[in-house]
Design a protein around this ligand. Sequence first.
Ligand code: PRP
Length: 215
Amino acid sequence: MIVSVKEFPNVRLVNHPLIRQKLTLCRSKQTTNQTFRLLLNEITALMVYELASDYPTRRVEIETPLQKTTGDELATDVILVPILRAGLGMTHEVMQLIPRARVGHLGLYRDETTLLPIKYYSKLPPNLADSEVIVIDPMLATGGSLSAAVTLLKKAGARRIKLLCLVAAPEGIRRMLNDHPEIPVFTAAIDEKLNPRGFILPGLGDAGDRLFGTA
Ligand code: PRP
C-alpha cells in the first residue's frame, strides 16, 4: 500500500507488514551480508510492484493451447539507473520483474568530509527521453547523490523519473523536494535524522558495505 505523507508531497511510502518486517531485519547489525542481500531483493520486489502500478500496457494477441485470446504487455521502455555501489543491490530484482529493462550505471560516491557527491562513472543507454526511468539507491541521506543523479539524467533527456530507495532521511527528502519537486520518491521508511557524519539514524549502516562485505 502506498501512503502519502503530508509534510513530504514527493514521498510515496510503501507501507506493508512484510516490508516492515524485512526492513527491521535489514537494520539489525546481527544480520549477515548474505541475508541482507536476500532481504533487500525481497523488499525490492514488493516495492517495484507498487512503483510500476501506473505503467501503461497495451493489448496483445496470443494463443493459449486451446484458443486465441488477448493479453497485456508493458507499453513503455524502462531504464534502471542504479547509483554505484549500493543501487546494484536492488537492480537485479527489478530486472527479474521487468526483464526487458535496460540498465544505465552511475558511479557516485560521497566525499566523507564535504558529503558532496563525486561522479566517477556514467554509462547510460539511449532513448532516456521515451522511457520510464527508475533511479535506484537504497539510501537517501543528504540527498546530494540522488539530486545530482536526477540533474544529470534530466540533462541526458530523461523526462519520466522515479526514485527507488529503501530508507530516506527527512533532510534528503527535503533536498529532493527543493531540487526536483516533481520526482516521486518511493521509500520503505522515513527515518529520524542524519548524524553529524551524514549517516541516517537509526538507518542500517552503509548499505554498500553491508551488501558487499567491505566494512
Ligand atoms: C551512500 C549511499 C548513497 C549515498 C547517500 O553511498 O549508497 O549513494 O551515500 O548519501 P547522500 O544522500 O548524502 O548523497 P556511498 O557514497 O557511501 O558510496 P557506496 O555506495 O559506494 O558505498
